[in-house]
Design a protein. Structure first.
Length: 326
């Protein structure tokens, strides 16, 4: 693979929660555009779609999801796409503002879509706020769905807020019955979203863990996640690990802050909500893709750095803002 220089961000437009995958000899990226985040998604299409041959030079390729029933909501967040059984599945959340978000799945015959909404995965009458679905296929072929949902209890040193869970998938469009397994709960100061936040009829010191992304290496499962407040420089990426998909998950993070990505003052603000993609040209090489705020705080733009995975966990030496060698 020919080497060349690049510099973050790799896409100039607002493109939050970037999810990148390889298909058809190239790369696709899907994300939360400005309209999806604000309730003003353009026309009948939802989620901007990009294509690339090298992970750096991206071209717009329309919108992926045919807009579903407006009664479901007007904000759409954090899409992810996987292939199974000859079809492509787009997992996403939809709701109103920052409440009553449910997880849903849409299906298409090709990676570029169009994806048609097909099934509800969580019911907001039972789970008031479910976001950031991450489908994960284990080595034995079984599928699982990681996502974030709200917790109000503060037992065993944990804190109220949004945190991470995992459930098996019975099919690609249906969660398996049975218990929901906790992956990580907030317990550290840097994970605070806001103090004195009014939620569910009460006031909480609210914390946030979101954006799960799972990779397997060195006999362990590593769940990268984003924590803090996505609107400011507290936001960053950390991880937990486990020997099995359903846990028990081990959290060795501390209040020194996120270990994978964190703000670099005056350079990179609020890096987070990552995905991981394998290089098509160099087997074994992986990249972490994430968003970070521009200097004016007006757009979250897509960035990329090489991902290292050793026995101590994931790292990337980033976030970077100077010229890098791809």
């Amino acid at each position: 693979m020919a080497r060349f220089n690049y510099c973050n961000p790799v896409h100039p437009n607002d493109f939050a929660d970037p999810f990148v995958w390889a298909a058809d000899g190239g790369y696709f990226a899907i994300g939360t555009g400005r309209g999806e985040a604000s309730g003003a998604a353009a026309g009948q299409g939802v989620f901007p779609l990009l294509t690339s041959s090298d992970l750096v030079h991206w071209q717009a390729s329309g919108r992926a999801l045919t807009r579903p029933d407006p009664a479901l909501g007007d904000t759409f967040w954090a899409p992810e796409v996987v292939a199974a059984d000859g079809r492509w599945y787009l997992y996403y959340s939809v709701g109103f503002a920052d409440r009553r978000h449910q997880l849903r799945v849409a299906v298409a015959p090709a990676p570029q879509g169009p994806y048609i909404d097909t099934a509800q995965l969580t019911d907001p009458e039972q789970v008031a706020f479910a976001i950031d679905p991450h489908p994960f296929r284990d080595e034995d072929g079984r599928w699982f769905l990681f996502h974030a949902r709200d917790f109000l209890d503060t037992t065993h040193g944990t804190r109220a807020g949004t945190a991470l869970v995992v459930q098996p998938l019975a099919t690609m469009t249906q969660l398996a019955p049975g218990p929901v397994h906790t992956v990580a709960r907030a317990r550290l100061d840097w994970q605070r979203f806001a103090a004195g936040r009014a939620m569910y009829g009460a006031t909480y010191d609210w914390h946030t863990l979101e954006g799960p992304c799972v990779v397997r290496a060195h006999g362990l499962y590593w769940c990268l996640y984003s924590g803090g407040n996505w609107q400011n420089d507290s936001y960053g990426v950390d991880f937990v690990s486990a020997t099995q998909v359903l846990g028990a998950w081990v959290d060795e993070g501390d209040d020194a802050g996120p270990r994978v990505l964190r703000t670099v003052p005056d350079r990179v603000i609020g890096p987070g909500h990552c995905s991981v993609v394998a290089s098509l040209g160099e087997p074994g090489r992986r990249f972490i893709v994430y968003h970070a705020w521009d200097a004016d705080g007006q757009a979250r733009r897509m960035c990329i750095d090489p991902l290292q995975l050793d026995a101590g966990g994931p790292g990337c030496g980033g976030p970077s803002w100077t010229p890098q060698v791809m």
